[in-house]
Design a binder for this molecule. Structure first.
Ligand SMILES: [Zn+2]
Length: 87
């Protein structure tokens, strides 16, 4: 009789989000596929396009507003790209 072994502990959606955000922060690849520094949300080109308000939001900690700020910045950058506006 096979026993189901839970190899991965069940993570809450919030924990999964935190892991994903941390992975993205630590990766060296920006959402635009350019290289970025580990520990930064975006590469310098993307960072430059952000409004001050969006950039300031990225200084927040995960679960203290960072995830919303990051998502807003991602949406903003996608919108800029869609418009074809280049910095
Ligand atoms: Zn970028």
């Amino acid at each position: 009789m096979a026993t189901t072994i839970q190899s991965r502990p069940e993570l809450s959606p919030q924990s999964r989000l935190a892991v994903r955000l941390r992975d993205e922060l630590e990766s060296k690849r920006c959402i635009c596929h350019r290289r970025k520094a580990a520990g930064k949300s975006f590469c310098s080109k993307c960072q430059m396009q952000l409004t001050k308000e969006l950039a300031d939001g990225l200084d927040k900690k995960i679960f203290a507003g960072y995830e919303e700020a990051y998502q807003a910045a991602v949406d903003f950058l996608a919108e800029q790209k869609r418009k074809g506006r280049h910095a």
